[in-house]
Design a protein around this ligand. Structure first.
Ligand code: HDE
Length: 703
């Protein structure tokens, strides 16, 4: 029997308008301080959950107008009771997240390696729902802490839902699922004091890392700029665990899943992240929502790193170890399709909050490897949904329900939405010969030979914890290396127990001696490292430039935001030319003024601003411009907000354009600085755009 969801909740689309006599006649009584809230038309009626029209939603039922509220008021009780239960337990990890709908389409058929239907034909468009998240903070925490980002995709395929529950970092902190509760307890706010929220810079996290060197590789990524992304739209995504692809002949190969943002990768600087968290805690959520709402749909290409067992055996590390990646230089990433996110959720709770991802949700043609972290995940996610969503019927919620028919003999349970008919609720049965039955084309586990003794052991091949940490550190650009050292210094400075810092310095020196020395110097603890003894001697792997955040994608201003601060007397023609140039790049210009009501241009015409300067510091933009006339320049150079606008833009290595603001430029010392363009002639706009396309003006990064 096919699943049918009965009686959806009333909403504007599916509830016919009703008009009652009661509603019309009661109109005269419905006031709140003289204001009428009722529409005496055939518009939608406000009702109780039982469909009873409500005549007064402003006042509870009382014994006299100044008397006590009566228990009889079932309308009040229904409303308050529902409100009291509006929250469900937040996710234990990845509580803070933002979602989007879209679709996935393959570029070509991948039938030779997988029987998965959604990858078999470029004509097949599969709906998806994506949820991006931070890991450590609660649901109300800020978007830009230093943290790993979740990148979870639900493909609603014709063969069932496939959930690719990944991160924006290709490796994980631990090798075995049994360590996950320990890892998460250590990174979340400390048990006695309840802080810090959404931050790894505290004793317990670093204590855990100092005692578990398998975490070091991921720690290097978490301390890199990957952990403070500019936008969800500009992050790579990774399936992390090794999976298997299985074709229709039952042949299987290992696979690692990748997502590549079409806009390229970008990150903010730490000082920007700290300030953005104050100015706009919803920075990433807003960015995603606004991009989709304005038709700038985020796009990600889907890549597969496919390797057979023989190739896997030859690698100097184990593909079942989730703390290791496979360098693209050894096994290339084959780009096989694209995902486009083209629709915002209609309701945050119903969709983004209630979506339930499980790595165990796979389709025929995709199978698991024996990675012990993945094996634990296969249990954990289903289990967590039962307590978070409170019902084994969570798959019936619209956001979780497959978009293909689904049916079985599972029955009843909390909040059952389906009305199953008939008596054939067991299989096999002869009572309903047309009832649902097994099918030979259903999911089949790849017949992987297994042998072994029952043991609690870590495989020998999992023992090297330093070589890939070193590979990552040595492969990235000098700027990225510098930021890693700064982040480590910052985080360890927040660790109170000196012993933990000393142990970490020991580990860092094994990864890279210079890195260890730099962080020791930053902490003022040179010579105090407690030496680490690696279980396996680290090896120098060939560098992998593909691991860089910067330089891997072409420079672009597409999808970025340029803040244009106007002050009285600015040149309107120049502003128009600048706005046009920014738009031509596929970026969004934002007109800022000291007052949101607007500013006067040089011809005395008033121009409205989109945002006021006080609420739009330069940290909100990828590049900035200041256009003023003599009067505007004078007032800007006496205004702390405009001074920090340019000081911050300079410090954050942004492309800056200035026109008619010599006093402000002088006061903020941006005059003649590399990456700062004086827009006296329209031709100079292209110079500014060139700098802006590069994201950051790294030449300024000397401090
Ligand atoms: Fe998760 N993880 N995880 N995780 N994870 C959860 O499931 C867990 C791991 C990831 O937007 C939880 O529904 C264990 C790796 C994402 O809803 C929970 C282990 C990767 C999301 C859980 C891991 C992830 C989660 C919490 C070690 C990258 C958010 C709420 C064995 C590949 C999905 C929930 C969303 C969420 C358990 C390790 C990614 C508790 C036990 C590795 C993106 O079930």
């Amino acid at each position: 029997m096919e699943g049918v969801i009965l009686s959806p909740m009333p909403n504007k689309k599916n509830v016919p308008a009703r008009e009652t006599k009661t509603a019309k006649t009661a109109k005269a009584n419905q006031t709140n301080g003289g204001e009428t809230h009722q529409r005496a038309t055939t518009d939608l009626l406000l009702t109780t959950n039982q469909g009873l029209p409500i005549s007064d939603n402003q006042n509870s039922l009382k014994g006299g107008d100044r008397g006590p509220t009566l228990l009889e008021d079932f309308i009040l009780r229904e409303k308050i009771t529902h409100f009291d239960h509006e929250r469900i337990p937040e996710r234990i990890v990845h509580a803070r997240g933002s979602g989007a709908h879209g679709y996935f389409q393959p570029y070509k058929s991948m039938k030779h390696v997988t029987s998965a239907n959604f990858l078999s034909d470029p004509k097949i468009k599969t709906p998806v729902f994506v949820r991006f998240s931070t890991v450590a903070g609660g649901a109300g925490s800020v978007d830009l802490p230093r943290d790993v980002r979740g990148f979870a995709v639900k493909f609603y395929t014709q063969e069932g839902n496939f959930d690719l529950v990944g991160n924006n970092i290709p490796v994980f902190f631990i090798q075995d699922a049994i360590k996950f509760p320990d890892l998460i307890h250590s990174v979340k706010m400390e048990a006695d004091r309840g802080y810090p929220q959404a931050g790894s810079a505290h004793d317990t996290f670093w204590d855990f890392v100092s005692l578990m060197p398998e975490a070091l590789h991921m720690v290097m990524w978490a301390m890199s700029d990957r952990a403070i992304p500019r936008s969800f739209r500009m992050m790579e995504g990774f399936g992390v665990n090794t999976f298997r692809l299985v074709n229709s002949e039952g042949m299987s190969k290992f696979v690692k899943f990748h997502w590549r943002p079409v806009l390229g990768t970008a990150a903010v600087l730490w000082d920007e992240a700290v300030k953005i968290s104050g100015a706009d805690p919803d920075y990433h959520r807003r960015d995603l929502f606004e991009a989709i709402a304005s038709g700038n749909f985020p796009e990600f290409e889907f890549g597969l790193q496919i390797l057979d067992d023989k190739t896997a055996d030859k690698l100097p590390f184990d593909v079942l170890d989730a703390t290791k990646l496979i360098p693209e230089e050894l096994v290339p990433v084959e780009i096989v399709g694209k995902m486009v996110l083209d629709r915002n959720p209609d309701n945050f709770f119903a969709e983004t909050e209630q979506v339930a991802f499980c790595p165990s949700h796979v389709v025929p043609g995709i199978d698991f490897s024996e990675d012990p972290l993945l094996q634990g995940r296969l249990f954990s996610y289903l289990d967590t949904q039962l307590s978070r969503l409170g019902s084994p019927n969570f798959h019936q919620l619209p956001i979780n329900a497959p978009k293909c028919p689904f049916a079985n003999m599972q029955r009843d349970g909390h909040m059952q939405m389906m009305v199953h008919k008939g008596r054939g609720n067991y299989e096999p049965n002869s009572i309903e010969p047309k009832g649902e039955r097994e099918t030979p084309t259903g999911f089949r586990t790849a017949p992987i030979p297994l042998e072994g003794t029952k043991v609690r052991l870590r495989a020998e091949s999992f023992k090297d914890h330093y070589s890939q940490a070193r590979l990552f550190y040595r492969s990235v650009t000098p700027q990225e290396q510098k930021h890693i050292a700064m982040a480590l210094t910052f985080e360890l400075s927040k660790v109170d127990i000196p012993e933990i810092r000393k142990k970490m310095l020991g580990h860092l020196s094994v990864i890279d001696e210079k890195l260890g020395a730099k962080v020791a110097d930053g902490l003022g603890m040179t010579g105090e490292a407690i030496a680490a003894t690696p279980a396996a001697k680290p090896i120098d792997l060939d560098q992998s430039p593909a691991l860089r955040l910067y330089g891997k994608y072409k420079p672009t201003l597409k999808g970025r935001k340029v803040g244009i601060l106007l002050a009285d007397g600015f040149d309107a023609k120049l502003k128009d030319a600048l706005v046009a140039a920014v738009k031509k790049e596929g970026a969004t210009p934002a007109i800022i003024a000291p007052k949101v009501g607007g500013v006067m241009d040089s011809a005395g015409k008033k121009i409205m601003a989109e945002v006021a300067l006080s609420g739009s510091p330069s940290i909100m933009f990828d590049a900035v411009a200041v256009l003023a006339g003599p009067v505007g320049d004078k007032s800007l150079s006496a205004e702390p907000d405009s001074i920090s606008f340019l000081l911050d833009a300079d410090r954050h290595l942004k492309a800056i354009a200035v026109a008619g603001a010599p006093n402000l430029a002088k006061k903020t010392h941006v005059d003649g600085v590399v990456g700062v363009t004086d827009l006296r002639a329209n031709g100079d706009i292209s110079k500014f755009i060139d700098f802006a396309r590069n994201g950051k003006v790294w030449e300024r990064d000397t401090a």
